[in-house]
Design a protein around this ligand. Sequence first.
Ligand code: NAP
Length: 265
Amino acid sequence: MYKFFIRKFSSLANQAQSKSFKGELAVITGGTRGIGYSIAQKFAQNGARCVLIGRNKETIEKARNYLDKNFEVDNNHIGYECDLRIPAEIEKLVINISKLQNVDYLINAAGVSYDSLIVKLKEKEVDDIIQTNLLGTIYMCSHISKQMIKVRKGCIINISSVAGLYGNSGQSIYSASKAGVIGFSKSLAKEISRKNIRVNVIAPGFIETDMTSTMSESAKESYKDKILMQRFGKPEEVAEAALYLAKAEYVTGQTLVVDGGLALS
Ligand SMILES: NC(=O)c1ccc[n+]([C@@H]2O[C@H](COP(=O)([O-])OP(=O)(O)OC[C@H]3O[C@@H](n4cnc5c(N)ncnc54)[C@H](OP(=O)(O)O)[C@@H]3O)[C@@H](O)[C@H]2O)c1
């Protein structure tokens, strides 16, 4: 009998803990695949209603359906098509989001990478990387933070990369975009933390997603050798870091490296 009550009590306590984002809205760019999708699942599991943003209609719908089936919320999870390279599309997206409810969490995970030496990189690819990774993040933060400032509550997490901290051969523009995200986020934290909006960055190392799936096996093996933990990370492991930052009420302006020790080697 006594054991039954203990079990019942701890299960209720776990439920309360796992629903800590109940009633809150999390907007996740790139929330349809890879790291962003894992973050969306983690936040939905914790009770948040999620807005997933990507360009591919089918992928958005598939991801949104999965959340609806597995993580019930008062109103359904939402998916929006938006090409973050186009500021006018971001403006439309933000208007749609503002009709839902206040945004509690903004996670900017959308990103692209074309791995190539600078001499071989095409102008269109340079533009794509900067427009998606850096400008897309900047415009989303700029629009959504205005709404967060009004209610004096919010949490922004921008996904950068260890390439933005240390550089990587074949990723000069990507590194520039990700270093830009870090500099931008630190400055934004200085501007809006006093208004109770925290801004943090996650800098992942190599993570198993579509983005790294095109790497040759030999390249993967040689990188693994440089990672202290001798393996690539999983998207769920980055999602854990995002969950931590979402809950860490006294952490702002920081860059959390999630790379299995790659940067140390
Ligand atoms: N995987 C890694 O090893 C790694 C390491 C360090 C940092 N990162 C960063 O982590 C983030 C997520 O990467 P990932 O590996 O999860 O990539 P991924 O699996 O390729 O997913 C990228 C996501 O971004 C969306 N996206 C791309 N361009 C977009 C655009 N113009 N407008 C709207 N959405 C767009 C994609 O949706 P659509 O295709 O539908 O547009 C997709 O949801 C990126 O910022 C990446 O730079 C990844």
